[in-house]
Design a protein around this ligand. Structure first.
Ligand SMILES: Nc1ncnc2c1ncn2[C@@H]1O[C@H](COP(=O)(O)OP(=O)(O)OP(=O)(O)O)[C@@H](O)[C@H]1O
Length: 302
């Protein structure tokens, strides 16, 4: 379990994190979503014990990353946003070297490494220098490294970036397998459709603050909510007709009917006198929810 507790991080005078808290429970996949510079990587690096917070803490299975770092990070697998490895070392040799940090013997590490390389589609690349790996292959290698100590907790920072569709599929299957095993998984991603598919919970971060934590069931309720968008030449007069079909609101000359009941062809007939331009379902997606949360935050804090 990963517990982020009132975390602050200043880079010089710049406050990158302003007191954030959330949890990743065992058996839970949590999507971490925010714009560029929101503070995702900073949170993940602190949780991996790579940088220190200014204030607050992260606990990994109850161990503090600041006070009990050795025990805390032993149980966490981390894939950095931009993995940096020794470029001139052969991939499997480097894997064995990194495994040494976890007290794994050379022979055991070679055998685990070969198995993980095969699972991650890197078979045949064991003796290639990491410098000659593509970005996606480096991500696959980083994933293999994160799995070496078989940890209970995972921090995946933009792991889908640079992966091809096969790599993305592998990652999804891996994350679901780890979840089934009761591990805690935090993954940041800009690919919101993948977050929607994979996460049990989504934590939204903006300008170093958490602006929303939503369970995927609640997000799904939002995304499947029946909203009809109506564009007509005379929207003010058309509003009355729309009231028969649900709860209409007029926004920028367009009518949005919430809780729509009835059928679109009948609505189209009723609206004919007002000059119909467009009628259709509006599918809310995670992106809309995200931008809604950001606009609420900006209205409150500007
Ligand atoms: N080492 C550093 N020194 C100074 N400022 C930093 C440093 N690392 C990050 N920042 C700043 O802190 C803020 C948060 O950065 P962070 O990398 O955590 O964001 P992010 O949400 O991961 O963004 P992205 O999606 O672009 O990777 C940004 O404004 C960034 O410029």
């Amino acid at each position: 379990m990963i517990t982020v507790n009132n975390l602050y991080k200043n880079y010089g005078k710049f406050p990158a994190l302003k007191g954030i808290s959330f949890e990743v429970n065992n058996g839970e996949i949590v999507g971490f979503v925010g714009l560029n510079g929101a503070g995702k990587s900073t949170t993940i690096k602190i949780s991996a014990g790579v940088i220190l917070p200014t204030k607050g803490d992260v606990e990994i299975d109850g161990y503090s990353v600041t006070k009990d770092k050795k025990k805390a990070v032993r149980n966490v697998g981390w894939v950095p946003e931009l993995p940096i490895f020794e470029p001139n070392v052969k991939a499997l040799d480097y894997f064995v070297y990194l495994s040494g940090y976890y007290g794994i013997s050379t022979s055991e590490a070679r055998s685990i490494g070969k198995k993980l390389f095969a699972e991650l589609g890197l078979s045949g690349w064991e003796n290639t220098k990491l410098d000659n790996f593509s970005q996606g292959m480096k991500k696959r290698f980083a994933l293999a490294v994160s799995l070496v100590s078989n940890p209970n907790n995972f921090l995946f920072d933009e792991v889908l970036n640079g992966l091809d569709p096969q790599g993305i599929q592998f990652f999804k299957e891996l994350a679901l397998r780890l979840k089934k095993d009761g591990r805690a998984i935090l993954f940041s991603s800009h690919i919101l459709s993948e977050v929607e598919n994979l996460a049990d919970k989504v934590v939204f971060i903006h300008k170093g603050k958490i602006i929303g934590i939503k369970k995927i069931e609640d997000l799904r309720k939002l995304v499947t909510r029946k909203v009809i968008k109506v564009v007509v030449n005379d929207p003010n007069s058309a509003l009355k007709v729309c009231e028969k079909y649900g709860k209409p609101t007029l926004i920028n000359g367009e009518i949005f009917i919430n809780d729509f009941e009835g059928d679109i062809p009948s609505l189209a007939v009723d609206l004919k006198p007002y000059g119909v331009v467009e009628i259709g379902y509006l599918r809310e997606n995670l992106e809309n929810v995200f931008f809604q949360l950001i606009s609420e935050y900006e209205k409150t804090y500007q």
